[in-house]
Design a protein around this ligand. Structure first.
Ligand code: DX5
Ligand code: ZN
Length: 226
């Protein structure tokens, strides 16, 4: 691996926004610019109204970067894909409580498969739904759009939800990573960080001006600003 930069804030580029005709090159460029992890959006066309890819994409890219891979399962029957994701080199797996009646079991199975367990909630799911799950979770992914597509408008209700999550975490005495996914950019990253976000998933905003590495640096640089 070539020498890498370190960013002042953990940014997780979303593969969904990449140019798939040159996805490996884009991964290399963002790796060198300091991306903390890469975010893979797995969609089944049922849980969300879009279809993307399964474990073959992280598996194919595993040799391109040593950065962590996080997969965000937007699928029904998430348990069916856990072992394939682990074998594909995924370090953290996010599953949705809205996608399965057995999310508690799923989070345990993710850990048992050797991955970090992540729980992701849609904007319409009360934050309180996380109460029985947080002790099972290494990370929470707060959706700031209704999942299914990149490039959607950020939902401001996210700030209130982050406050509720922070209060719940304090009450339970747990401190999972708190990632936010959907419409995150240089304009809202500082407010999100103040509200409790600790990691940012960023897709479309990296590609707005043609130099994703420069955009990532700028977005990370804005995280601690006023
Ligand atoms: C939405 C996905 C997101 C999405 C984020 O369903 O979960 O990860 O790719 O992309 P932007 O930053 O374009 O909203
Ligand atoms: Zn995602």
């Amino acid at each position: 691996m070539s020498a890498s930069e370190t960013l002042p804030y953990p940014i997780h580029p979303s593969i969904l926004a990449f140019d798939f005709s040159r996805v490996a090159d884009e991964v290399r460029a963002l790796d060198a610019a300091g991306a903390d992890a890469f975010h893979f959006d797995v969609m089944d066309g049922h849980f969300v109204p879009n279809l993307t890819f399964g474990p073959m994409v992280p598996r194919a890219l595993r040799s391109v970067t040593a950065r962590a891979f996080h997969a965000h399962l937007m699928v029904y029957h998430p348990d069916a894909y856990l072992s394939q994701m682990a074998e594909a080199g995924v370090r953290r797996l996010y599953a949705h409580p809205e996608s399965t009646p057995h999310i508690h079991r799923t989070l345990g199975a993710i850990r048992a498969a050797g991955m970090e367990a992540g729980v992701s909630i849609n904007p319409g799911t009360p934050v309180e739904a996380l109460e029985p799950l947080l002790e099972m979770a290494d990370a929470v992914l707060v959706m700031s759009v209704n999942p299914g597509f990149g490039g959607q408008a950020f939902l401001p209700i996210t700030y209130r939800r982050l406050g509720q999550l922070r209060a719940l975490m304090a009450r339970l005495g747990v401190s999972p990573a708190v990632a936010v996914d959907g419409g995150v950019d240089g304009g809202n990253i500082a407010a999100l960080t103040r509200a409790g976000m600790t990691e940012a998933v960023v897709g479309t905003a990296l590609f707005a001006e043609g130099d994703p590495a420069a955009a990532m640096r700028a977005i990370a640089g804005a995280a601690w600003g006023g």
